[in-house]
Design a protein around this ligand. Structure first.
Ligand SMILES: *[C@@H]1O[C@H](CO)[C@@H](O)[C@H](O)[C@H]1NC(C)=O
Ligand SMILES: CC(=O)N[C@H]1CO[C@H](CO)[C@@H](O)[C@@H]1O
Length: 269
């Protein structure tokens, strides 16, 4: 029996690359077996939370896309960096200049954006034009003490037509140009994982994270004391199984198989 599957009461699921592959005209497609796998987790009585670094769209938009692919999922079950950043801005009285995707803008409708005293950067995809990135740079350098808030720090992700630069690459560019360090909201930041656990009311050792990103999903969860399993879907690459710094608690071909292992271990407890 897999050691990682013992004593699990709650499951944290990464979404893109685990539940579905993004890209293409339909915006992506479910990974075979994953729709049933989510239903089986629900049926088993385990707690469940979707933990995404998705910062290209509002949470509502994101949930509707997954429902269209066939997943049973509701907005309250999603931990995403957009809403987390919105709360942080409010708590600290920060007014953002936004370098985010057009589809994420509605998330900040009620946020005061006048006379910005920070820059928020998300996965802006096509909106990462030279003009937009350079403008954010100028806004930062005009501040007495530049504050850069980044919705995740992924290096790249995979869409159906290939690998794409993620927000982390642009965040680094601004950090370098302005000689500052960004504050990261979202994976792999410990606060992000801990808030997902708090929402489920479980301790780190009672949860398992399942993701396709070795550094952000696996390393991020493990740094909070959460066990983590890497699936060989999405952005997975064979070299992920021999990484010098991060070793997953398990490596499994896909979500369906991970759920098989999890539920058979639960049955035998
Ligand atoms: C963002 O990208 C979309 C799609 O390419 C484009 O229509 C829109 O004008 C862009 N917005 C900004 C602020 O650059
Ligand atoms: C941790 C991480 O970066 N996870 C996901 C981020 O988003 C992309 C796509 O938007 C996924 O492929 C990653 O798995």
């Amino acid at each position: 029996m897999a050691a990682w599957a013992k004593g699990v009461r709650a499951v944290l699921l990464d979404v893109s690359g685990v539940l579905y592959d993004s890209g293409g005209p339909a915006g992506g497609a479910a990974i075979p077996g994953s729709i049933e796998a989510v239903s089986r987790i629900r049926g088993s009585g385990l707690k469940l939370r979707f933990c995404t670094n998705e910062s290209q769209a509002t949470r509502d938009h994101f949930v509707r896309k997954l429902q269209r692919f066939g997943f049973m999922i509701s907005e309250e079950e999603v931990t995403a960096p957009g809403p987390a950043a919105k709360k942080l801005l409010k708590d600290r009285g920060l007014r953002p200049h936004l370098l985010v995707h057009d589809d994420l803008l509605p998330e900040f409708d009620s946020t005061d954006k006048s006379d910005p005293n920070c820059v928020v950067i998300g996965d802006a995809a096509e909106n990462f034009s030279y003009q937009n990135v350079n403008h954010a740079f100028q806004v930062l350098l005009n501040m007495e003490k530049p504050i850069l808030i980044s919705l995740g720090k992924g290096r790249y992700y995979k869409e159906t037509d290939g690998l794409k630069l993620d927000v982390g690459a642009y965040m680094k560019a601004l950090e370098y140009a302005c000689d500052i360090t960004a504050e990261v909201v979202g994976k792999p930041s410990p606060n992000f994982f801990m808030s997902a656990l708090a929402e489920m009311g479980v301790k780190p050792e009672e949860a398992i994270m399942i993701g396709d990103d070795l550094i952000n999903d696996i390393g991020g969860a493990q740094s909070c004391g959460i066990k983590a399993v890497l699936v060989r879907t999405g952005k997975y690459r064979p070299t992920d199984e021999h990484h010098p710094d991060v070793t997953a608690d398990g490596y499994v071909d896909n979500l369906a198989l991970a759920v098989d292992i999890l539920l058979s271990s639960k049955g035998s407890q």
